[in-house]
Design a protein around this ligand. Structure first.
Ligand code: FMN
Length: 367
């Protein structure tokens, strides 16, 4: 029987268990997008995960969506990640880099040099970018030219190469959550009339080209992809998701290391894609804000029902560096402090206690 503690080998990744740490932006990189010693400590603390997926990392200047998010678009940034990957490996873990281009979910004031935000079409997202001067409405982006698109593919490839050079075990291409690749796929924000817009195949083209180019550069066995079908986050509306995502699953290279789904409240979509996708499937199960984060019990049920091969945990891993050991003991689990999710220092980042450092509760002592 497959459990959360069963090993899983997929592509170049040999996971000793099926707990995957979901990608989480924590906005603690330097202003230059460099990874820090504190980030190395944070990831190393969570190295007992079967696989760590890093926070979103911008592959180019205009890919940045948030203050103090890290980059992988120059040598200095690549070098800054080396101690992070080394610290995770030293603790026996594995870590892939999530490559995330924010597209229209950005703001010129976030960029290291003067640029406009780029997107498939010149349509601003509703909502606000969090800048050094406070929240600012998302600007109207510039519709990408053919040259911009070719540059974007090159940027993903170059970031993937930097990731491998920096010691990552692979990369995850972020094609969900309303960021650039998702913007190309969604018919509410891609109104292009060239061969990157219009039909489902055309809207999928950039995601497929980026994936093929990255897989070609670093190996499909080290390349994964994240999707968030029907998730409206970041002003996405998909009128034809039931056509789009099955088509994408058929067209993606079948030998990718994995497909990672962040579920919206649509288990049927997950089950459909599970049938269509021949490779390893990681699912980050949908939880309503009232029901709290994904728990090992929820994850266990998902594996038992063969909905996925591995389960991604976000907030629970954030607050419980020793999540695997805690789960083996049946808890208890630390509660996450949402006020320290984004930005700041060690508080709410590297100071969540492990079971070995945490005083036992009265119930545990008596039980
Ligand atoms: C603080 C925080 C930052 C996040 N940043 C990212 C990110 O950089 N990339 C991404 O794909 N998802 C990101 N997410 C979404 C998580 O990967 C995950 O899908 C979400 O937290 C739901 O899973 P959970 O219920 O286990 O927390 C973030 C979530 C949180 C809480």
């Amino acid at each position: 029987m497959t459990t959360l503690y069963s090993p899983l080998t997929t592509g170049a990744l040999a996971l000793p268990n099926r707990f995957v740490m979901a990608p989480m932006s924590r906005n603690r990189a330097t202003a230059e997008g460099l990874a820090t010693g504190l980030m190395a400590e944070y990831y190393a603390q969570r190295a007992s995960a079967g696989l760590i997926i890093s926070e979103g990392i911008q592959p180019c200047i205009t890919g940045q969506g948030f203050q103090h998010s890290p980059g992988l678009h120059n040598q200095q940034q690549a070098d800054s990640w080396r101690p992070v990957t080394a610290a995770v490996h030293q603790q026996g873990g594995r870590i892939v880099a999530q490559l995330m281009h924010a597209g229209r979910i950005g703001h010129p004031s976030l960029y290291a040099s003067a640029h406009q935000s780029l997107a498939p079409s010149a349509i601003a997202a509703s909502g606000f970018a969090y800048t050094a001067d406070g929240p600012k409405p998302y600007p109207v982006p510039r519709a990408m030219t053919g040259a911009d698109i070719r540059q974007c593919i090159d940027d993903f490839v170059s970031a993937a190469r930097f990731a491998i050079e920096a010691g990552f075990d692979g990369v995850e291409i972020h094609a969900g959550n309303g960021f650039l690749l998702h913007q190309f796929m969604a018919d509410n924000c891609n109104l292009r009339t060239d061969h990157y817009g219009g039909t489902v195949e055309n809207r999928l083209r950039l995601t497929l080209e980026v994936t093929a180019a990255v897989a070609d550069a670093i190996g499909a066995h080290r390349t994964g992809i994240r999707l968030s079908p029907q998730n409206p986050y970041n002003d996405i509306h998909e009128s034809d998701a039931l056509d789009l995502y099955p088509t994408l699953c058929r067209l993606l290279p079948a030998n990718l290391a994995y497909l990672h789904l962040m579920e919206a409240s649509n288990r049927d979509m997950t089950l459909l894609l599970r049938q269509l996708w021949p490779g390893c499937l990681i699912v980050n199960p949908h939880q309503s804000s009232e029901s709290g984060p994904v728990t090992p019990q929820i994850a266990s049920d998902i594996l038992q029902q063969d909905v996925a091969d591995a389960v991604a945990f976000g907030v629970l891993f954030l607050a419980n560096p020793d999540l695997v050991a805690r789960s083996r003991r049946g808890g208890p689990y630390n509660q996450a402090d949402a006020s320290t999710f984004y930005g700041g220092g060690a508080a709410g980042y590297t100071d969540y206690p492990t079971l070995s450092t945490q005083p036992q509760t009265q119930a545990e002592l008596s039980g």
